[in-house]
Design a protein around this ligand. Structure first.
Ligand code: PMV
Length: 311
């Protein structure tokens, strides 16, 4: 038996602009998903027979990355799926980690590569942001060129990403889930149309890139005041690109009076926002009063991790 966990994630800065080759910063959070894997008589997930249709990530991981016999898999998550916190990546990473552990041991980079492969197979077009940060933990800085602290380089079709380690202090954030699931694909396509058509949108994307580079420095210095200011500026630019929503804006506005800064995180259109704060209870209360689901989270967490091994 092997018990392996992996963290959820949030994108601190750079979503959408990363699609145009700009950098992005993602961080692991202290909400984890755990997979318990045993050899079984048939493939099962939480006691039910494996369904290709319902358990798409598990089915792809077994089909493409598990040479052994049937597996009995139990999934236990501290955070909901569909909230923009990277639950599919955490599931894929924890499961592939448990499989590697049964085969001898976990290598973070191999798990990150295999998990990106599974997400790409299931989703059609994915970026390795979620799977890389869930494997590595802490923070990652993804760029279109190599730099200091390079972890791995991932290539797919004509696209490529250089994934770097980004040191992350222990900070408190409040995540506010709007309760709305918004698929990433159409939002990415909408921004692309805007950028292809106007010079103005291209300049907004460039500015998000500059903010992200500056944010990585502020993060290293633990300058929460400057970092929060950059987050709010980034949010405003994302709103100009058309990926905020009335629900997200309501939660960002509710958080800002008690925060260093706040912004939507991930693709937008729904999903979640984040606020950097030293008054998490106040922010969580304000988010709940505006109809959001708050999660107080901490950063600076481990990536894929063995919890238990039994023979
Ligand atoms: O919705 P999420 O958390 O997977 O984030 C999407 C991030 C985008 O930059 C909008 C798209 C991408 O592939 O990087």
């Amino acid at each position: 038996m092997s018990v392996v966990s992996a963290p959820g994630k949030m994108i601190l800065l750079g979503e959408h602009a990363v699609v145009f080759g700009k950098p992005a910063i993602a961080m692991g959070i202290d909400l984890r998903l755990t997979c318990t894997v045993r050899k079984g008589r048939q493939n099962t997930v939480n006691g039910q027979p494996l369904s290709e249709r319902h358990h798409t990530y598990v089915a792809a991981a077994i089909r493409d990355h598990w040479p052994g016999g049937p597996l009995d898999i139990t999934i236990d998550s501290e955070f909901p799926s569909g909230s923009g916190l990277g639950s599919s990546a955490a599931l894929t990473v924890a499961l592939l980690g448990a499989m590697s552990q049964m085969g001898g041991g976990i290598d973070e980079e191999s798990v990150a590569r295999a998990a990106f492969d599974v997400e790409s197979t299931v989703q059609g077009r994915a970026s390795p942001l979620d799977t890389s940060v869930s494997s590595h933990g802490q923070g990652i800085f993804v760029d279109s060129a190599p730099g200091k602290d390079l972890l791995w380089h991932i290539r797919r079709d004509s696209r490529q990403w250089y994934v770097h380690h980004c040191p992350v202090p222990d900070l408190t954030f409040v995540v506010g889930f709007t309760g709305i699931r918004a698929p990433t694909g159409p939002l990415v396509a909408k921004v692309k149309r805007y950028v292809d058509r106007t010079r103005f949108a291209k300049e907004v994307v460039d500015e998000i890139g500059d903010i992200t580079v500056e944010g990585a420095k502020r993060l290293r210095d633990r300058d929460v005041v400057a970092l929060g200011g950059l987050m709010t500026r980034d949010h405003n630019l994302l709103a100009i690109l058309g990926v905020s929503s009335p629900e997200l804006q309501r939660l960002v506005d509710a958080a800002i009076p008690f925060s260093y800064g706040a912004k939507l995180t991930g693709a937008g259109g729904g999903g979640s926002m984040i606020a950097l704060t030293d008054r998490p209870e106040k922010v969580a209360g304000a988010i709940a009063r505006r109809g959001g689901v708050p999660y107080i989270v901490r950063t600076g967490v481990d990536g894929v991790r063995v919890e238990d091994i039994l023979h």
